[in-house]
Write a protein that binds this ligand. Structure first.
Ligand SMILES: N[C@@H](CCC(=O)N[C@@H](CS)C(=O)NCC(=O)O)C(=O)O
Length: 228
């Protein structure tokens, strides 16, 4: 029997949380390798040489094979039979619908939610400088253009992003949207479909969803009951 994969992650990172939840739902054993981004643990030469040449999380080591990029990791483990079909379909047509979302989200939902989070929460913390209202507004508008697409296109007439049941697409998306809580953004106010969908995603993924988001809840001061 081969050793479990080594999973390098930080639950402050959206794609790290998504894979964490997916691995747990898949009953896939992994060796916990927590990387504290806030302490710069990924910025050392050792990390670059031994763990991930891109100096980011998430990444895995599978019996010496090193792989980064959350979506590549997901596809690799699915090809190895580690991810159940209901989460990431094997039939190419169904799979392509999930892939469509995974490709779409990188430069739209992920980019703009992450930029909003960075501008409102992370950069002030790192630099001590407060962003201007105009800058916050620009990033909020860019993010909301993509939240509009989730609300009006992806969630049009269905309970989950790609159909009637939960897939990895929902998990990746929810983790990106949850990140904005830490920047005091409440997605529930403008987006009733997203609000109801997030509840479904959380229910379908718990207890792992709440475990993965513990830190997000704590930082945002919004406990599980008060939220979504
Ligand atoms: N496209 C990559 C994104 C990875 C990524 O941006 N990771 C961030 C955390 S969410 C990171 O490690 N940042 C550290 C840094 O940039 O210094 C994926 O999906 O895995």
């Amino acid at each position: 029997m081969s050793a479990p994969i080594r999973y390098y992650y930080d639950l402050m990172s959206q794609p790290s949380r998504a894979l964490f939840i997916i691995f747990r739902l898949s009953n896939m054993p992994f060796e916990d390798c927590v990387v504290a981004l806030r302490n710069g643990e990924h910025l050392t030469e050792d990390f670059k040489k031994e763990i991930n040449r891109f100096q980011r999380v998430p990444c895995i080591h599978d019996n010496g094979y090193k792989l980064a990029e959350s979506v590549a990791i997901l596809r690799y483990l699915s090809a190895k039979g580690k991810i159940p079909e209901h989460l990431y379909p094997k039939y190419f047509v169904d799979q392509s619908r999930v892939d469509e979302f995974l490709e779409w989200q990188h430069m739209s939902l992920r980019l703009t939610c992450a930029m909003y989070f960075r501008t409102v929460w992370l950069e002030p913390l790192l630099t001590g400088r407060t962003p201007s209202e105009a800058k916050i507004e620009t990033f909020r508008m860019q993010m909301e253009r993509n939240l509009d697409v989730v609300e009006e296109v992806w969630l049009e007439g269905k309970d989950f992003l790609t159909g009637s049941s939960l897939t990895v697409a929902d998990i990746f998306a929810a983790c990106e949207i949850e990140q904005t809580r830490m920047a005091d953004y409440d997605v529930r106010i403008k987006y009733p479909k997203i609000r109801a969908w997030l509840k479904r995603v959380r229910q379908s993924c718990n207890p792992y969803y709440d475990v993965a988001h513990e830190f997000v809840y704590k930082i945002s001061g919004t406990g599980p009951q008060a939220k979504l």
